[in-house]
Design a protein around this ligand. Structure first.
Ligand code: WT7
Length: 655
C-alpha cells in the first residue's frame, strides 16, 4: 500500500505574522470569554481589528451597515481587496515552499499530489488567464462541476482571482439539477472533467454536462480536465481541454481589485419551498470570518496538516478546505475517495500516512464506520491527531463517544461545529482545547455570533435549560447577503419568520451553562447524510413520474444517514407491479435530483391526510414513518380520518 511515502517538507515560520495572529487566537477559556465579550460590546471594533491582518488594496469607510428588514448587510464597505492575494501572494515570501495542498486520490495505489504555495499560486494564475482567454470577466458566473481533484481547487481560486463568481455544483447532482443551477445563475462557462472515480465506480461526468447543456443557452464554453482517460464527445467551438489551454497560459495574473461587497460565489442549497436557491457570499466579510474561525476552531498551528473530508461541492469544502485554510497559510488536504473503499480503514490509513493533525468529518461517515470491525481503526496509530471535528447534522451520543474514544483517543477535543450554507462559517462550536466539551452539544457561540432562542411568538427566551427556535440577533461578517436573482425570497425565507432576526430553521436547547445543543430542522427540510433537501423539492421530482398523482415526503430517523426519505405516493390505478413502480419512481428522483436524494421507503396510499382546507398534515405522516402510531395527536380536523387508518396498516415500519 504505502508505496509512495510522504515526507513533510521544511516549513518556515514567520515570527512577525505569527505573533500578530496569536493576538487574535483563542487558546484558553479566558481568551474565549475576553474575545466574546469584546465582540458583543463592540462588534465593529472587534471585526475591524481582525480584518487588519489581511492585505486590503484600499481601506474601508465603515465596518458595518445593516438592517435585517430588507435585509441589507454591508461589511467593510468602501474597501477593496482580492481574497486570493490573501490566500496565496501574501504567503509567498515566508511560506512559498510550504505545502499548500496535498491531494490523496481515490485509489491508494495512485500517487498523491503536493503543491507548495508557489506552485498553487502559479497554477491559479495560469488557469485564471485561461478563463480570461475564454471570455470570462469580472462578475461573470462560472459553473464548476468536478470531482475532488486538485484542479477543482485551482478552478475555484482562479475564478476569485479575476472576480468571476463561481457556482460549484456537487458532481453527484443529475443533469436536470445541474441545468437548473446553470440557468438560474446564467453561467457563461462550465468547468468539468471527463469522468470521476468514486470507490470502485467510474462515473461519466462530462456526459451529465452534455445532457444538462441541451437546455442551457447561456453557456458558451466548457473546459474539460482529463481524469479517468475516457474520450468524451467534445463539441466543436464549445469544448476545450484543460491541459491544452493551461500549457499556453501566462503565469502572471494580477488579482482583480474587488469591492468588499462584490459577489465572491453562489452556492445552491435547498429550503422548505420551491427550487434550491443560490446563496450569495461576498468577498470581504467571508474572508475575515472564515480565516478567523478556521484558525481558532481547529487550533491550527504553523506546521500542522489539516484534513477536512467534505466535498468542495458543499459549503464545508468552500470554507474549510479552500478559503479558511489557505487564508491562514495552512496545509490543507483534499481526498478524492470514500471512507469505506478499499476498506473501512481508509480514513485512518490516510491520517497516519501524512501525519494529519486536524481531522474534520460528518457524523454519517462516523456511523457508517462504526458498523465495521473496530480493528479497522485500532490497526492505525492516529498519534498525530490533535483536534477532531464534526459537521453537517446532529451527532448522536453513540457516534460522539465512538469518535472521541477510538479516533480521538479521549485526548483530542471533538469540536462539533454547527453552521449552514447561509452562515458561511462555523457559528456555534467547540474551540480547540479552549472551551469545555459536552457530548452531543455544539457548545458556545463563536465570538461575534449572538444566538437567541425564540418561542413561537418570537419572544426571546431568557432562561437557560430550555428549547426554542434558533435565531441570530446581530450580523456576522460571512452571512449570506441575498439569494441570487431573488432578494425577496431571501427576505421571506430568513428574515420574516421573526422580525429583526436571522432565522436558522433549526431548533436548539440551551443548558444551564449556556451551551447549545442543536436538535434539528423545524421546517420542511430533511437532512440526509448531512445533505439538505426540501420535502417539496423531492415531491416535485416524484410527481414528474407520469403514473404519480400526488405525493408527500417526510424524514424519519435512519441509523446511518441521520434521516432517511419516506415517500407516500398516490398512483393512478392500473394494477401495476408495486416493485416495478417503486423502481420507476426512484429512477425519476435520480434523474430529477441525483442519487443522493433516493427515497429509502416508498408507500403507496389511496389518499393523504388533509385538513379541510387541503393542507397535508405532515405531522401524522412523520409519526407513521417513525412507527409512533400510538400518539398521533389531534386528527379531528382531518377531512377523512379513515385515510390515516389505511396508511397505518400499509406502513413500511421502521423498527
Ligand atoms: C443544516 C445546514 C454547514 C455545514 C454543512 C451543512 C444541520 C449542520 C450541524 C451540527 C447539528 C447541524 C442544521 C443546519 N447542521 N451542522 N454540527 N449539529 N446540526 O450545511 O447543507 O447548509 O445544512 O445542517 O440543521 O441548519 P447545510
Amino acid at each position: 500500500m504505502a508505496k509512495f511515502t510522504f515526507v513533510k517538507n521544511n516549513q518556515t515560520t514567520n515570527l512577525h505574522t505569527l505573533k500578530e495572529q496569536q493576538m487574535k487566537t483563542i487558546r484558553t477559556f479566558e481568551d474565549y470569554r475576553e474575545a466574546y465579550d469584546h465582540s458583543t460590546r463592540d462588534p465593529e471594533g472587534f471585526w475591524e481589528e481582525i480584518a487588519q491582518e489581511y492585505q486590503w488594496q484600499q481601506p474601508w469607510d465603515k465596518v458595518l451597515d445593516w438592517n435585517f428588514d430588507e435585509p441589507s448587510i454591508k461589511w467593510y464597505s468602501g474597501a477593496k481587496l482580492n481574497i486570493t492575494e490573501n490566500m496565496l501572494d501574501r504567503h509567498l515570501k515566508e511560506r512559498g515552499n510550504k505545502l499548500a495542498l496535498i491531494w490523496e486520490p481515490n485509489d491508494p495505489k495512485e500517487k498523491f499530489v503536493r503543491l507548495t504555495y508557489k506552485e498553487l499560486h502559479e497554477q491559479v494564475c495560469r488557469f485564471a488567464n485561461v478563463l480570461k482567454k475564454n471570455g470570462v470577466s469580472k462578475g461573470d458566473r462560472v459553473c464548476i462541476y468536478m470531482p475532488m481533484i486538485p484542479e477543482l481547487a485551482v478552478a475555484v481560486i482562479a475564478c476569485a482571482r479575476i472576480g468571476a463568481v463561481h457556482s460549484v455544483v456537487f458532481a453527484g447532482f443529475s443533469a436536470h439539477a445541474l441545468a437548473d443551477r446553470i440557468n438560474d445563475a446564467q453561467c457563461k462557462l462550465v468547468i468539468t472533467s471527463d469522468g470521476l472515480f468514486r470507490g470502485a465506480k467510474e462515473i461519466p461526468v462530462k456526459r451529465v454536462v452534455d445532457e444538462a447543456l441541451e437546455s442551457c443557452e447561456c453557456v458558451e464554453r466548457v473546459i474539460v480536465k482529463e481524469r479517468v482517460g475516457w474520450l468524451p464527445n467534445m463539441v466543436e467551438d464549445r469544448d476545450v481541454w484543460w491541459d491544452d489551454e493551461i500549457k499556453e497560459a501566462d503565469r502572471d495574473c494580477p488579482p482583480e481589485p474587488m469591492d468588499a461587497e462584490d459577489m465572491l460565489f453562489i452556492l445552491y442549497t435547498s429550503g422548505s419551498t420551491g427550487k434550491p436557491k443560490g446563496v450569495v457570499h461576498t468577498c470581504g466579510g467571508y474572508m475575515v470570518y472564515t480565516g478567523y474561525t478556521f484558525r481558532n476552531v481547529f487550533d491550527y498551528r504553523e506546521s500542522d496538516i489539516y484534513w477536512c473530508t467534505a466535498d468542495i461541492g458543499w459549503i464545508t469544502g468552500h470554507s474549510y478546505i479552500v478559503y479558511g485554510p489557505l487564508l491562514n497559510g495552512a496545509t490543507t488536504m483534499m481526498f478524492e475517495g470514500v471512507p469505506t473503499w478499499p476498506d473501512p480503514g481508509r480514513f485512518w490509513q490516510v491520517v497516519d500516512k501524512y501525519g494529519v493533525n486536524q481531522f474534520y468529518t460528518a457524523p454519517t461517515a462516523i456511523r457508517s464506520l462504526m458498523a465495521h470491525k473496530i480493528d479497522h481503526v485500532l490497526s492505525y496509530s492516529l498519534d498525530s491527531l490533535r483536534v477532531i471535528g464534526s459537521v453537517g447534522e446532529p451527532i448522536n451520543a453513540e457516534a460522539w463517544n465512538w469518535y472521541h474514544i477510538h479516533v480521538g483517543k479521549e485526548r483530542c477535543p471533538l469540536v462539533d461545529t454547527w453552521w449552514q450554507t447561509e452562515t458561511g462559517g462555523v457559528m456555534i462550536s467547540g474551540i480547540g482545547n479552549a472551551t469545555p466539551l459536552k457530548p452531543t452539544f455544539a457548545g458556545y457561540p463563536m465570538p461575534g455570533v449572538q444566538p437567541v432562542l425564540l418561542d413561537g411568538d418570537g419572544n426571546e427566551i431568557q432562561e437557560d435549560d430550555v428549547e426554542g427556535y434558533l435565531a441570530i440577533k446581530h450580523p456576522w461578517p460571512s452571512m449570506l447577503r441575498t439569494t441570487y436573482g431573488d432578494h425577496e425570497r431571501c427576505q421571506k425565507t430568513y428574515f420574516s419568520a421573526f422580525k429583526g432576526y436571522y432565522f436558522t430553521g433549526d431548533g436548539a436547547r440551551r443548558d444551564k451553562d449556556g451551551m447549545y445543543r442543536i436538535i434539528g430542522r423545524v421546517d420542511d427540510v430533511i437532512n440526509v447524510s448531512g445533505h439538505r433537501f426540501g420535502t417539496a423539492e423531492i415531491e416535485n421530482a416524484i410527481n414528474q413520474n407520469e403514473k404519480v398523482v400526488e405525493s408527500a415526503v417526510v424524514g424519519y430517523p435512519h441509523p446511518i444517514k441521520g434521516q432517511g426519505i419516506y415517500a407516500y405516493v398516490i398512483c393512478q390505478d392500473g394494477g401495476a407491479d408495486e416493485e416495478i413502480l417503486k423502481a420507476e419512481i426512484t429512477e425519476t428522483v435520480v434523474e430529477e435530483i441525483g442519487k443522493i436524494a433516493r427515497p429509502e421507503k416508498i408507500q403507496f396510499v389511496r389518499g393523504l391526510p388533509k385538513t379541510r382546507s387541503g393542507k397535508i398534515m405532515r405531522r401524522i405522516l412523520r409519526k407513521v414513518a417513525e412507527g409512533e402510531i400510538s400518539n398521533l395527536g389531534d386528527t379531528s380536523t382531518l377531512l377523512d380520518p379513515k385515510v390515516v387508518e389505511e396508511i397505518i396498516s400499509g406502513a413500511d415500519h421502521v423498527e
